[in-house]
Ligand binder design. Structure first.
Ligand code: GRF
Length: 199
């Protein structure tokens, strides 16, 4: 986690068990929220590990030390190396504030707003080696209303994130969905309504 931590808060308030919070920045809100919920935290700074391989090796070391098997990213702005992706294949998900594959990368909310789209949304995807390119697990569309300021639009997007991410983490953790041969499979017989944010 690297951001203000609002998604971490939503995840923790949903009761989802988080065992470790790793940030690549010191002094961020996510670390305070983790402390409030008495979750262990670790900080891995780029300054201390300027090479991507060394940064990721430290990340993997921290995860191993806490016996972490699954990783949920939210605002973690470091590209993971192939070694990490392979070790955690199908076990790392990321949250992105657009309807992928539209607007991958940074400033997705602002770019969607400026592009004048009528709909954007939020996506959760398994992480692969590209930038926000991994197989999508769940999405919610979010309208951009004609009178919306950027702030109003952003607030609606974040509210959708807070609704979707905890539910998707439960589904991944509980084996309702998984990555199989590079494809997302859903194990529930009935329509997995949560993947469209409907439960
Ligand atoms: C979210 O908008 C997420 O989609 C993006 O980074 C932001 C993190 O926000 N990848 P927060 O730190 O959870 O408030």
């Amino acid at each position: 986690m690297g951001g203000t931590g609002t998604n971490l808060r939503a995840i923790l308030e949903s009761g989802f068990p988080v065992e470790l919070v790793v940030s690549h920045r010191a002094g961020v809100g996510a670390l305070d929220i983790a402390a409030q919920f008495q979750i262990p935290t670790r900080i891995v700074l780029k300054r201390d590990f300027p090479e991507r391989e060394a940064f990721d090796a430290e990340l993997r070391r921290q995860l191993a030390e806490h016996a972490i098997e699954r990783v949920a990213m939210a605002g973690f702005l470091r590209w993971l190396t192939p070694a990490t992706i392979q070790q955690f294949e199908g076990a790392i998900v990321n949250l992105h504030p657009s309807l992928l594959p539209a607007f991958p990368g940074l400033h997705a909310i602002e770019r969607a707003y400026e592009a004048g789209v009528l709909w954007s949304g939020v996506s959760v995807h398994f992480v692969d080696e590209g930038q926000d390119t991994g197989p999508v697990v769940a999405q919610i569309p979010v309208p951009r209303l004609p009178q919306d300021s950027l702030d109003e639009f952003r607030t609606r997007i974040h509210a959708a994130e807070h609704r979707l991410y905890p539910r998707v983490l439960r589904a991944v953790d509980g084996g309702e969905t998984a990555l199989y041969n590079g494809q997302v499979v859903y194990h529930t017989k009935e329509d997995a309504a949560w993947m469209h944010g409907r439960s």
